[in-house]
Ligand binder design. Structure first.
Ligand code: INI
Length: 161
């Protein structure tokens, strides 16, 4: 029987802008060090997918946790020159409501950055999962890699600018 599980990271490379266009663009990837066994796989997926599709100018910035992603993204946005910025993190639910506050803080923060006119898009690559296994499944496991999705979204959004 066919699996009901879907690889969420499959994409059609032919539908992306040509590699020589992407090669002239600059990309920022910000990664949270919290849950690094997951987030560094997201980072790897994002960088490989960007490079495979032509990107040559990629700046990687590390921040302590997911909550700090918004600040770093804002900093790169304001620095200028970026075609798109991807934020990568992983928040895993614990025993307290902390998870909800961190998730909504980052979600709102990134949404706010995208709502301001004149700056490059910020792509939301935050895993918000109930346990570690769900995160690993989406960080190069059986459900793909959210970092790859972030990279492909970044390339598509950069071409809108
Ligand atoms: N940061 C994460 O990236 N993931 C988590 O799961 C997490 N939890 O569970 O607490 C987390 N907390 C740290 C937070 O992002 C900030 O770094 C910290 O609050 C300092 O601002």
């Amino acid at each position: 029987m066919a699996s009901k599980l879907q690889n969420l990271s499959s994409y059609n490379p032919d539908a992306l802008p040509p590699k020589d266009v992407v090669a002239k663009q600059k990309y920022g990837v910000i990664v949270a060090d919290w849950n690094s066994q997951v987030t560094y796989k997201l980072l790897e997926g994002a960088v490989i997918a960007l490079e495979e599709n032509g990107a040559k100018d990629i700046t990687v910035v590390h921040v302590p946790g997911a909550f700090e992603l918004t600040y770093a993204a804002k900093k790169l946005q304001m620095e200028g020159g970026y075609s798109a910025i991807i934020v990568l993190g992983c928040v895993i639910q614990g025993d307290t409501p902390h998870f909800d506050y961190v998730c909504s803080g980052v979600t709102q923060g990134v949404a706010t950055l995208n709502a301001v006119e004149g700056y490059c898009p910020v792509i939301f690559g935050l895993l918000t999962t109930l346990n570690l296994q769900q995160a690993l499944d989406r960080a190069g496991g059986k459900l793909g890699n959210k970092g790859v999705e972030g990279a492909i979204t970044a390339i598509r959004m950069a071409s809108l600018r």
